[in-house]
Design a protein around this ligand. Structure first.
Ligand code: ZN
Ligand code: ZN
Ligand code: FE
Length: 736
């Protein structure tokens, strides 16, 4: 994006003539001039390339050439299949920030942008990416903006959202019965609200957000109450990098990522606590830096080093993008709403990243990442992969590229499902995509499966159902272009198994085409089905009952003392009589059980709370692990015995660490068994459980220390947000 104009400007700076052309295999530049200038020019390409561009390599050839009398951009040829033209949204750049202080037409102008920065995906509604196909359509460029837009030597050449104080979008702030449009007054009033502990609804790039002072505990508590969000940690926007460093641990890779043009939320280790209610006892903070001009202006006028910035939605609905809905829903709960008059076309949440093994791993892929494709080694043209149910996204195949949708959410929610089907329509239009082949999950009741069946039937095209954990492993095979059998360790909470049970602690021998289930975590009953997932104590009961039977004294475990007797009896009966107690091998359930036994979380108030608290408790440097048996399936009876023993005289963090080590050790031992039988030595680790940084790094350390080559997700989430990519790859293989 903006790469050709950049080359053009650079060539002019070095007094070179020639041409730049966009081709399917890269950018082709011809320069004509003296060799020294050409050298300097090629060095500068790497050094000054636009932040959102990604240069894989530069190849230089010399040739005799004369005949250029200027430097020009070659006419675009038909670009029917070209999809790289849609850029993700880009954080405001340094030059624009400086324009906001120096350019008379853009002093404090909160929508300042250029070819190197600004909204992209969030405002586009058609191709080609031109102003009439964006929500900037309704703003007529003033003379100054239009001359910048048309001047190839200007930084704003063909920057579609170009705007200034006299022609672009404006903010409007509504609070109680008043309405402000003057920016200075707005900033003063918003700051006053925030600093007095109020929550303000703020329109961001890809949706509305709720904002309050992250150091004011009453304010954060109040926000939780208004948002009906019990305990889930909030993301925080810090004033600047030194504020991040004051409150969070930050290594080199993390600093690079948090300051990148994508400006994701980065999960960082907590150094100093903000308001305790922000991360609610977890030892990590979801931190980000300002990315809109308005954020910078705001931090100039407020004192706090950090504000909570959480998606503006009601319970589990998608983040609100519609101004009227925001007025209806968010103004109602906050009494103050900051909005602007440019429509958001495509909803994007903030993306979430965690640095694992020194590399960024994406946990939620949205703003700044979407719709940039993932390059593949296979032809996936025409395949539509619909993903899973929770943390859903879908994926379309264009040539050798997979275009993943933004994070959609949990499809069980009706509004989220609407977002899902609307976005499929939008992607089909934007990318000129017509499905010829559909992939979905094996789960018969996922709404994405139903959707697949309906459109598969309507269009009369083939549909394949992909086993969930195979898809997890394949998502990683896709990232690395691995087309061979691997040892696939897929650990997550829930996925429909080929035998009808609920899988989730799976050791597969897997390739792109198929898989064999080699071993798995012991089956235990899930008393009460899906509902037990939010009641970790039920899993603790289920495991202890399985391994130690009726005679086990549940009251001897402190964390059961808060559970009503009748409840215990009820759960026991459900298990014994096999009433609504499907069998599960879900690794997440084992983490639930242990978390509950350690008294960390018996009742979940948000998704994955129990395992997150268990991970958060790790800080003991021990290499010890509990005994387990891997002779048949993975049996943890000795592990539980050990944990119950340690509970009497060891710290929770010691036990938690030792438990994590046990799972890593089990991964190693079963991988060794498989290697012995099959000679395979590539291990793929995928599935939501591997968002656990300690477990993943420990497993990688053990495996690489024992001559395994380990692969894990970085470009797509290890959680169910990676499923659609895995489905896409498997479908391409099966289709042939
Ligand atoms: Zn800029
Ligand atoms: Zn203007
Ligand atoms: Fe999963």
């Amino acid at each position: 994006m903006g790469f050709r104009p950049f080359i053009c400007r650079l060539a002019s700076q070095h007094g070179l003539l020639g041409e730049v052309d966009n081709r399917t295999d890269g950018v082709y530049v011809i320069v004509q001039g003296d060799i020294k200038s050409v050298d300097r020019f090629s060095n500068d390409i790497l050094q000054f390339a636009p932040p959102a561009s990604h240069i894989k390599s530069i190849e230089i050839n010399t040739t005799q050439f004369t005949g250029f009398d200027c430097f020009r951009i070659a006419e675009s040829k038909a670009v029917d299949n070209q999809i790289t033209e849609i850029s993700p949204d880009i954080a405001v750049c340094k030059d624009c920030l400086s324009d906001m202080e120096n350019d008379p037409q853009r002093i404090n102008y909160p929508f300042t942008n250029c070819t190197n920065c600004g909204p992209r995906f969030s405002i586009i509604n058609g191709l080609p990416y031109d102003r009439p196909n964006t929500t900037m359509k309704s703003f007529r460029m003033c003379e100054r903006c239009s001359s910048e837009y048309n001047n190839i030597l200007d930084r704003r050449f063909h920057a579609q959202p170009v705007a200034c104080n006299s022609c672009g979008p404006v903010y409007r702030y509504k609070y109680s019965a008043k309405s402000l449009i003057n920016l200075k007054e707005i900033l003063a009033e918003v700051s006053l609200q925030i600093m007095s502990g109020k929550t303000v609804a703020v329109k961001g790039i890809g949706g509305y957000f709720l904002m309050c002072d992250a150091l004011n505990n009453d304010a954060v508590k109040e926000l939780r109450k208004r948002k009906h969000r019990d305990a889930k940690p909030f993301a925080v926007m810090f004033r600047n990098i030194s504020a991040v460093k004051k409150f969070c641990f930050l290594n080199k890779e993390e600093e690079e990522e948090i300051t990148s043009w994508r400006r994701p939320i980065l999960v960082l280790g907590q150094k100093e606590i903000l308001s305790p209610d922000v991360s609610n006892g977890l030892n990590t903070t979801g931190a980000m830096l300002p990315y809109m001009p308005f954020h910078y202006l705001l931090f100039r006028s407020i004192k706090t080093p950090a504000v909570v910035l959480t998606s503006g939605n009601i319970s589990d609905d998608p983040i609100i993008i519609d101004d009227h809905l925001a007025e209806k829903e968010l103004f109602k709960i906050t009494g103050s709403l900051l909005s602007y008059n440019r429509q958001i076309e495509n909803r994007t949440d903030d993306s979430v990243i965690r640095i694992i093994d020194h590399k960024p791993s994406v946990i939620r892929r949205s703003r700044g990442y979407v719709p940039r494709p993932v390059d593949l080694k296979s032809d996936v043209e025409g395949i539509l992969a619909l993903g899973a149910e929770q943390k859903n996204n879908f994926c379309i195949g264009k040539g050798n590229q997979a275009v993943l949708s933004q994070y959609i959410g949990d499809l069980k929610n009706a509004a989220t499902f609407d977002f899902f089907s609307e976005t499929i329509e939008k992607f089909s239009k934007l990318f000129r995509f017509k499905p010829a082949f559909i992939a979905c999950d094996l789960h018969p009741d996922y709404r994405s499966t139903h959707y697949a069946e309906v459109i598969g039937g309507n269009l009369n095209i083939p549909l394949i159902r992909v086993q969930h954990h195979h898809a997890h492993i394949a998502s990683c095979l896709a990232e690395y272009g691995l087309d061979r059998e691997v040892i696939g360790v897929s650990l997550d909470g829930t996925g429909f198994g080929s035998d009808g049970n609920i899988w989730g602690g799976e050791f597969l021998i897997a390739g792109q085409e198929g898989f064999k289930r080699y071993s798995h975590f012991d089956y235990v009953p899930l008393p009460g089905g899906d509902k037990a997932i939010t009641r970790p104590w039920k899993m603790a009961f289920s495991y202890l009952y399985k391994y130690f039977g009726d005679s086990f004294d549940f009251r001897s475990v402190p964390s059961f003392r808060s559970i009503d007797d009748r409840e215990l009896i009820l759960v026991k009966e459900m298990i014994e009589k096999k009433i609504n107690s499907p069998l599960t091998s879900g690794a997440g359930r084992l983490f639930d059980a242990v978390s509950s036994i350690l008294g960390l979380c018996a009742f979940e108030t948000f998704d994955s709370e129990a395992p997150m608290r268990l991970e958060s408790a790790v800080d003991f440097k021990t290499k010890e692990f509990y005994t387990f048996s891997a002779t048949e399936n993975l049996n943890f009876s000795e592990t539980f015995k050990g944990i119950l023993g340690d509970l009497k005289n060891k710290s929770v963090s010691y036990i938690s660490t030792k438990f994590h080590n046990t799972v890593a050790q089990a991964i190693l031992e079963i991988s060794e068994q498989i290697r012995e039988e099959t000679k395979l030595d590539n291990v793929v680790l995928s599935g939501g459980v591997f968002q656990n940084k300690y477990l993943l790094e420990k497993s990688m350390e053990l495996l690489s220390g024992n001559r395994f080559k380990v692969y894990t997700n970085h470009l797509v989430p290890a959680n169910d947000g990676g499923i659609s990519l895995g489905q896409l790859l498997i479908a391409s293989k099966i289709r042939g």
